[in-house]
Design a protein around this ligand. Structure first.
Ligand code: CMP
Length: 140
């Protein structure tokens, strides 16, 4: 297994409920290292660009409005098999289908307000990390 980096976003529903620390604890307890992190407010245009791949999906406009509705914490997680491991820690997109003990099962409010985003492949991770961070901002 390779050491990978993946992009994680703690979404507005979670920052609003002060869950950043509780969510970061899940990552660190499973061996992922937070090598970069910042709390920002996405503009609607930035959220549109980040989720461009979903532009034709019926939930796109609502998703853009939600993601720009409050602060998010964007972060880079590093570790063995980080992309797949983070997806396991997050659980399924729909909290109703998420595994027991996963972040989305325990914290998500709905399929949209599902507390966290994580890259879905190493290729996507490289693009998503570069969307938010420069090399100098990441410190292993
Ligand atoms: P995320 O992993 O950030 O990727 C796309 C996001 O769209 C997803 O999490 C949800 O927040 C949101 N979303 C809203 N409705 C749906 C849906 N029906 N299927 C998938 N994603 C959805």
């Amino acid at each position: 297994m390779a050491i990978e980096r993946t992009l994680s976003i703690i979404k507005p529903d979670a920052t609003r409920r002060n869950l950043t620390g509780a969510i970061n604890d899940r990552f660190e307890k499973r061996g992922l290292r937070i090598v970069a992190q910042k709390r920002i407010r996405l503009s609607p245009a930035q959220a549109e660009r980040f989720y461009e791949v979903h532009a034709q999906r019926p939930f796109y406009r609502d998703l853009v409005a939600f993601m720009s509705s409050g602060p998010v914490v964007v972060q880079v997680l590093e570790g063995e098999d980080a992309v797949a491991l983070n997806r396991e820690i997050m659980g399924a997109t729909d909290p109703a289908k998420a595994e027991a003990g996963s972040i989305r099962k325990d914290f998500a409010e709905s399929i949209e307000a599902n507390s966290v985003h994580g890259s879905d492949s190493p290729e996507t991770a490289a693009q998503e990390v570069a969307f938010f961070f420069s090399a100098i901002e990441m410190c292993p």
